[in-house]
Design a protein around this ligand. Structure first.
Ligand code: MN
Length: 296
């Protein structure tokens, strides 16, 4: 199942349009899962995920009569705007380690955590901060969405705690400041357009193909079997430190080919069996501060 947030916090299921014979449609199941789109904090999707065994039945019963919209006519919101933790893995592909001249690979560096307000949805925009002399890079990543609370889970049992997968860009100001500082700029973590559930993706994650282009020019092209620490090992590592909650997101690291984003460009990330996330890049006015100025 492909489950999304759209049009200001509504919950939808994305399926092929069997009637019109083309495209895909979003079935509005907001009522069936009892989510208030205007609620604060916006944790409706977290609850849907936590109770999915029950919610799935209600969703499937509601699909036949649900209002539908062509995917081209909705605005996809970021699927989980309020995760308890937005975890990211540094340097988890060896080809990216080479291009960054980085010895600090995932196996000996652990993870870092990003601000949830960096999350953005399909379409973007990704807003470049007003920082002079710095490159802002795209990083194409598979996002893992946790489905069941876990602490101290083994790699062998890890995938049983996964709800699904999504496309994620870990946009980054290059520099030597803390990663969380350079990667938590507002809109720097677009995710989506939807979450594809584990059963639909399957457990053969190594065959997933991650491709990112900028204005049609392919920049990154890698398969997930090139990860230094595969997804089950990442979940084991993270859950040994923290309790992972339903709706938590793990950005699993990027392959080689990271490079600068510029105003007015469009970046598109395709992950086989998962989805296709596209964002517009714009230039913003905020983001500069004494740290960037001091470091030059
Ligand atoms: Mn990254």
């Amino acid at each position: 199942m492909r489950i999304a947030r759209f049009n200001g916090g509504r919950i939808g299921v994305v399926r092929p349009d069997t009637d019109a014979g083309g495209g895909a449609v979003v079935h509005d199941v907001t009522g069936a899962v009892d989510v208030d789109p205007g609620e604060w904090p916006p944790v409706g999707m977290n609850r849907v995920i936590a109770g999915f065994a029950e919610h799935r039945t209600r969703i499937e019963e509601a699909l036949a009569d649900a209002e539908t919209h062509p995917v081209t006519e909705v605005r996809f919101d970021t699927p989980i705007p309020w995760p308890c933790a937005l975890v990211a893995i540094p340097v988890n592909y060896s080809d990216h380690a080479v291009e960054m001249s980085s010895p600090a690979v995932s196996r000996n560096a652990g993870f870092f955590v990003l601000g949830a307000s960096s999350l953005a949805g399909h379409g973007g925009p990704v807003e470049l901060p007003n920082v002079a002399g710095r490159e802002v890079h795209h990083e194409a990543e598979l996002a893992v969405v946790i489905g069941r609370r876990c602490r101290g889970v083994s790699a062998a049992d890890a995938l049983d705690h996964v709800f699904g997968y999504s496309c994620l860009m870990d946009v980054t100001v290059r520099g030597r400041e803390e990663r969380a500082f350079r990667k938590s700029h507002e809109t720097f973590t677009p995710v989506g357009p939807w979450i594809t559930t584990r059963d639909e993706v399957g457990d053969d994650l190594g065959s997933l193909h991650v491709v990112l282009d900028v204005d049609g020019e392919v920049r990154q092209d890698v398969t997930v079997d090139k990860m230094i620490m595969p997804v089950p090992d990442l979940i084991e590592m993270c859950s040994s430190v923290m309790t992972l909650e339903p709706g938590d997101i793990i950005a699993t690291g990027t392959g080689a080919g990271v490079g600068p984003l510029h105003d007015q460009e469009t970046a598109t990330l395709r992950i086989s069996r998962v989805g296709e996330l596209s964002v517009a890049v714009t230039r913003g006015q905020l983001g500069n501060n004494s740290v960037y100025i001091r470091n030059g």
